[in-house]
Design a binder for this molecule. Structure first.
Ligand SMILES: [Zn+2]
Length: 266
């Protein structure tokens, strides 16, 4: 079984053929999908998508740092209601993004920190977004991991969160793993220039990674420039297995077990 732990299937990029894309993804061997509804305007759509695919699609609800400056006053009350829904499996994606000019470090941290208590309240993990800025001083990973030292959510499961679309250094990965965070591996693993990421994932090992597409963004090397979708998960899995010296079956079993250790039942 393969799982896509991070999709944005409600993106308008899928408006013309969403059902076909999802059918093709299941036919390709992806048996579970975690949709990420990361703005208040997407939460209802996320719930509806889960309702259309019971037992196959579940959802994370949260507010991405991209929306730091545009949050409604009753954000937390609304989010609380969505986190209580049976289809909710995580908070997210939340975090820090220093690439785009979307709010100061303090504003972004405030938005994330306001949401994190919902993990303990609902016993759910968090899906974290971190993207460094254009200068070395704009280190989102360092700031995120420092902030999470104060995060006291300790679920019974092995992982309490995931560093989705991991793009940090091995030092960042090591700190995250020690904190009980899994690493989300996607199409960026297949990019020609990403030798450092491949080595980091190898050091982390199959016990600490989950697979994702982050579709419609970040298609694997073979499809760069095109729309991404969950049917690319098998291709990403084969490349990761090859790099780690594992059989495809072993990689699929390990990453699926890790996804359950992160989200619980999907
Ligand atoms: Zn995402």
């Amino acid at each position: 079984m393969l799982i896509d732990t991070h999709t944005h299937l409600n993106d308008k990029a899928f408006d013309a053929d969403r059902k076909d894309v999802i059918a093709r993804s299941f036919a390709a061997g992806v048996e579970r999908i975690v949709e990420i509804a990361c703005a208040p305007g997407e939460w209802r759509q996320g719930e509806d998508l889960c309702a259309a695919y019971p037992g196959q699609i579940t959802c994370a609800f949260g507010a991405h740092p991209e929306y730091t400056k545009t949050m409604p006053a009753d954000l937390l009350a609304q989010l609380d209601a969505y986190m209580a829904k049976p289809c909710a499996v995580a908070l997210g994606e939340v975090g820090l993004d220093y690439w785009w000019d979307i709010g100061t470090r303090e504003e972004q941290l405030a938005l994330m920190n306001a949401q994190l208590p919902l993990c303990a309240k609902f016993n759910k993990p968090a899906v974290f977004h971190a993207r460094n800025g254009k200068t070395a001083a704009q280190n989102a990973y360092a700031d995120l991991l420092e902030a999470l030292k104060k995060w006291d959510h300790r679920p019974a499961r092995r992982f309490r969160g995931v560093l989705h679309c991991f793009s940090g250094s091995w030092e960042d990965a090591k700190i995250g793993l020690d904190m009980g965070l899994a690493l989300g591996v996607n199409g960026t693993f297949t990019y020609k220039k990403n030798d450092a990421l491949r080595e980091t994932v190898k050091k982390a090992g199959m016990g600490n990674i989950v697979l994702e597409t982050d579709c419609p963004y970040l298609p694997p090397q073979s499809s760069r420039g095109q729309r991404n979708d969950p049917a690319h998960i098998p291709e990403i899995a084969v490349m990761v297995a090859g790099h780690l010296g594992l059989s495809n079956g072993a990689l699929a079993a390990a990453t699926t077990a890790n996804a359950f250790d992160l989200f619980g039942q999907l």
